[in-house]
Design a binder for this molecule. Structure first.
Ligand code: C2E
Ligand code: MG
Ligand code: MG
Ligand code: MG
Length: 277
């Protein structure tokens, strides 16, 4: 009996593993064509200043609409795109599309806002990145102060000296930089001061739990203080409720992003929101 149970267990694990391998292969095969088949698009989530209530910018987030798989979430495909290197081409497309969209909104007379683009580790290490950012700005006509790149801690900690140099080069273009998902990676406080970034983004897991767990609240307050004392602005992601917003405001957080104010929106809906706000 025990033996049989053991065998069932093994079969169960094997089935689960096969399913994972098959899923990954499917995503990889389909993702190869996603760009050419124009299945990728961007949605935009507003960032809000906590003092004035004004929209300060937006984060561009990738969406994949597949004809039979339906909408595939970034959680399912960004990792595969990274591992296969496809993220380099996809990321280049995202960068260009986000700059073009931001410029189109400015030309349509909407308030000039900064657009944030997520950068993967692979892109960050790509020697061509600097030139690609420059080209995306030149070709779209977007002024550099309206572009922000979101980097993760782990991406920078991989090779600190190289990362500092790459960040300094990007900063010289005149763009803004932020550290995304702050508090979840492997950042070393000793290195933090060397990164000339503009924003720390408190990860949404902290925002989610801070009102239930005093220790999480303590971390949030400390990150805000730390960010400010290093000269960064601090933004909290994943704000879903009014009490979360109030707590962040009373603790001097600068900006928020989250479903409470708005979900990520398709371009037309985002423009409508800007017109009405
Ligand atoms: P991220 O950069 O930390 O983006 C924030 C994620 O939180 C987004 O998920 C957003 O839709 C979601 N979110 C925003 N407000 C709330 C909220 O109030 N509650 C909750 N529960 N979630 C909220 P999304 O769009 O599924 O993206 C997931 C991750 O995929 C992103 O995390 C980013 O790491 C990656 N990603 C998305 N687009 C791109 C891209 O163009 N390039 C790269 N390299 N990565 C991307
Ligand atoms: Mg982000
Ligand atoms: Mg984030
Ligand atoms: Mg995140």
């Amino acid at each position: 009996r025990a033996k049989e149970a053991g065998r069932n267990q093994v079969q169960f694990y094997e089935a689960a593993m096969h399913a994972r391998v098959a899923e990954r292969a499917l995503i990889e095969a389909e993702l190869r064509h996603a760009l050419a088949r124009e299945e990728l698009s961007l949605v935009y989530q507003p960032k809000l200043d906590l003092r004035s209530g004004a929209v300060t910018g937006m984060e561009a987030l990738l969406r994949w609409q597949h004809p039979t798989l339906g909408s595939v979430s970034p959680a399912r495909f960004i990792g595969v795109a990274e591992e296969t290197g496809m993220i380099v081409a996809i990321g280049r497309w995202v960068l260009r599309m986000a700059c073009t969209q931001a410029m189109a909104w400015q030309q349509a007379g909407l308030p000039a806002l900064r657009v944030a683009v997520n950068l993967s580790a692979r892109q960050f290490r790509d020697q061509a990145l600097l030139e690609e950012v420059r080209a995306a700005l030149d070709d779209s006509g977007l002024a550099p102060q309206y572009l922000e790149l979101e980097l993760t801690e782990s991406l920078m900690m991989h090779n600190v000296d190289e990362a500092v140099a790459a960040i300094e080069n990007l900063k010289q273009l005149g763009i803004a930089l932020s550290i995304d998902d702050f508090g979840t990676g492997y950042s070393s406080l000793a290195y933090l001061k060397q990164f000339p970034v503009d924003y720390l983004k408190i990860d949404q897991s902290f925002t989610r739990d801070m009102l239930d767990e005093p220790r999480v609240a303590a971390i949030v307050r400390s990150v805000i203080a730390l960010g400010h004392s290093l000269g960064f602005k601090v933004i909290a992601e994943g704000v879903e409720t009014a009490p979360q917003l109030d707590y962040l405001r009373s603790n001097d957080c600068d900006e928020i992003q989250g479903y409470y104010f708005s979900r990520p929106l398709m371009p037309d809906a985002f423009a409508a929101l800007l017109r009405s706000s």
